[in-house]
Design a protein around this ligand. Structure first.
Ligand code: SF4
Length: 472
């Protein structure tokens, strides 16, 4: 190991500066890259789709792909039967989310149509956006598809509901789930218990109250609870809340003078940017942003983008439009997923596309939560720590994302905050400095250590054996 200050001196130059004969390359080589929107007309099912149709949110919604048959209608024989069979098998036996992919997203997954079907299929299999939006059976971990401690509502959000859909986990913040649908469904969705249609594997929890009653109760709770200053308005995806309803809810929130931060959660900014570019939505957002600014409230949009390929010119246009009409910030909360973005290069490429080309702040990357059938996506805590180290120093400090582990019953912790870590068995222990809403009477809440588990496939042989011996 070389200790700084002990390395061999480099040669002095005439100017007094030091240089070496052979400069070692940087681990990551930055260069500016233009955003691209692949031409959708290369794909058989969209040969005649016009620019106006592509930019139309209703056209995008009406042409979402929901099953293998609809995927075939777009990609035709470019994909071989092997892929469609693999997809059907996954939907029948493993998928925790039903399939719903916007044309906007599918367009970023498919290769050029000029390659032969076998090569097109291989490229589609390998595509990072496909790997989390259209999972197939062969993607999953054959030995341990689920961790033994995986659970449906792995963050226990419903347990912490103070009224239906309103999770009060942190002392000053709440999560308001206004609805349980999105314009697109991600295979790794942490709210798989609630969000989307039921699948053969998962009968989803249903919200019981009418949306308007749920919203009334949320507003009532927030009026009665002045210690809450920060409201994440989510779902699902707020892009699926009829605009007049969302605007009315936001205006009522802004009327509560103890609410100081409002964050709108919408993956649709990337999955369906057309939604956020519709004139009635932009005008409505401007009214809300003006009101927030007048009252000194920080209104932000939080989106969820996992790979640089998803940052297209239309996504940048949607983000800039939101900023232009007065939203204070647009931030990204990605999910760290093996095979999608869990390398320093993929993370930095994405962050530079967000920060440099789309004015979206790279804010967080979450470890994929411990939901069923997600082991092939998850990374170990030590891998996440290595990735955090690898991405330091390239981006502006304020735009360097934190990689966080959302520890059950704890909340987000930076991956280096682990209190104790048994790497052989892949069990990390975490502590916290506040009580969640269900622990107000628990004397041990602040001294307890809360476990989190690495994927078993990442453990040494002895650790994998330990888990295998305990398998039921
Ligand atoms: S957009 Fe968010 S809530 Fe909707 S499926 Fe994806 S991860 Fe889940």
């Amino acid at each position: 190991m070389t200790v700084i200050g002990e390395s061999a001196p480099s040669k002095p130059t005439g100017s007094g500066r030091h240089t070496t004969d052979h400069q070692a390359p940087q681990p990551y080589a930055y260069r500016r890259r233009e955003l691209v929107e692949p031409d959708w007309r290369r794909l058989p099912g969209w040969r005649d789709v016009t620019e106006a149709q592509w930019r139309d949110a209703q056209w995008q919604r009406a042409h979402c792909v929901k099953n293998a048959g609809q995927l075939r209608a777009v990609l035709g024989d470019l994909l071989t039967d092997r892929f469609y069979a693999d997809l059907n098998a996954d939907q029948q036996h493993l998928a925790t989310m039903s399939m719903l992919v916007t044309p906007q997203m599918l367009n970023t997954m498919a290769a050029e149509d000029s390659v032969p079907p076998a090569a097109f299929t291989d490229a589609f299999y390998a595509n990072p956006v496909r790997r989390y939006m259209i999972p197939v059976r062969s993607d999953r971990d054959p030995e341990w598809p689920s961790h033994p401690h995986a659970t449906r509502d792995s963050l226990h959000e419903a347990e912490m509901w103070v009224v239906e859909g309103l999770t009060h986990r942190y002392p000053t913040k709440v999560l308001a789930e206004l609805l349980s649908t999105c314009p697109q469904y991600c295979g790794h969705c942490t709210r798989m218990d609630l969000v989307g249609n039921s699948t053969p594997q998962v009968d989803k929890l249903r919200l019981g109250l009418k949306p308007v009653d749920r919203q009334d109760r949320m507003i009532d709770y927030l009026r009665r609870t002045p210690t809450v200053r920060d409201v994440v308005v989510s779902g699902g995806d707020v892009a699926n809340v009829p605009w007049h309803q969302l605007e009315s809810f936001l205006m009522r929130l802004l009327d509560i003078d103890t609410v100081r931060d409002v964050r709108l959660a919408t993956k649709a900014l990337a999955g369906l940017p057309q939604h956020w570019l519709q004139p009635r939505v932009v005008e409505g957002l401007e009214r809300v942003a003006r009101t927030a600014a007048r009252r000194g409230v920080n209104l932000a949009i939080h989106t969820h983008i996992n790979h640089a390929r998803s940052v297209t010119p239309l996504v940048a246009e949607a983000a800039r439009t939101a900023l232009e009409v007065g939203v204070r910030d647009v931030r990204n909360q990605g999910v760290l997923l093996r095979g999608v973005n869990a390398t320093p290069t993929d993370l930095l490429d994405l962050c530079f596309a967000l920060q440099g080309e789309a004015n979206i702040l790279p804010y967080y990357f979450y470890l994929c939560d411990m939901i069923p059938n997600a082991e092939h996506w998850r990374v170990a805590v030590w891998e996440a720590q290595d990735l955090q180290h690898a991405i330091m120093g390239y981006l502006p400090g304020y735009a360097t994302p934190r990689i966080v582990c959302d520890v059950p019953y704890v909340g987000k912790r930076w991956v280096h905050q682990v209190a104790e870590y048994d790497q052989e068995r892949g069990i990390s222990y975490w502590t916290k400095n506040y009580r969640t809403g269900i622990e107000l009477d628990d004397p041990d809440a602040l001294t307890r250590r809360y476990p989190y588990y690495d994927p078993i496939a990442t453990l040494p042989a002895s650790g994998q054996r330990w888990w295998a011996e305990r398998r039921g």
